[in-house]
Design a protein around this ligand. Structure first.
Ligand code: FEA
Length: 165
């Protein structure tokens, strides 16, 4: 069985998707969470490449871990947007919710063994994550920057872990 550690080691060698400073939203707490999402996407990609029974088990485990982490990250961002009274929160949350529904649906079809193409799923995960960060997450980042400029930002909302797990 391929351990998480082994998969991680492979991921570090052959990243499918790499963190880049242009994805930064300027908030270290959130950037670190986005980096973890990218790491998980790489882990899933490597499982697809290996394509054997052990890799399938690792893929399932990693999908479960990804769902948990995505939910954690979305809660953190939503709490942050709430704390700064970001006007685009409802629209942003709608995208988060739809994504969670989609990923859960994919995880179910993987579990049941029908109509699931792991490679396709990993590409979907990568494309969705990067475009969501680039468009939606950048919007609240911009809002935070404008609050900062006006001296209206309570900096503690950026460093405190916004969710209780
Ligand atoms: Fe609004 Fe953040 O969510 N990044 N992702 N995915």
């Amino acid at each position: 069985m391929l351990t998480g550690q082994a998969v991680r080691a492979i991921s570090q060698d052959n990243g499918f998707v790499h963190w880049d400073s242009r994805y930064s939203v300027g908030i270290p707490l959130i950037d670190d969470q986005h980096k973890e999402l990218i790491r998980l996407t790489n882990e899933l990609y490597e499982c697809c490449l290996l394509n054997d029974t052990a890799a399938k088990a690792a893929f399932m485990l990693t999908i479960k871990h990804t769902v948990t982490y995505v939910k954690y990250h979305f809660s953190a961002e939503e709490k942050l947007m709430q704390n700064i009274q970001f006007p685009g929160l409802a629209e942003h949350k709608k995208e988060h919710d739809a994504f969670v529904v989609q990923v859960l649906k994919e995880a179910k079809s993987f579990e049941s063994g029908k109509q699931f193409v792991p490679n396709q799923f990993v590409h979907f995960l990568k494309d969705w994550t990067l475009s969501h960060i680039g468009v939606m997450d950048k919007k609240y980042a911009e809002y935070i920057r404008s609050l900062k400029k006006q001296g209206l930002l309570d900096k503690t909302v950026l460093s405190a872990s916004p969710v209780n797990q």
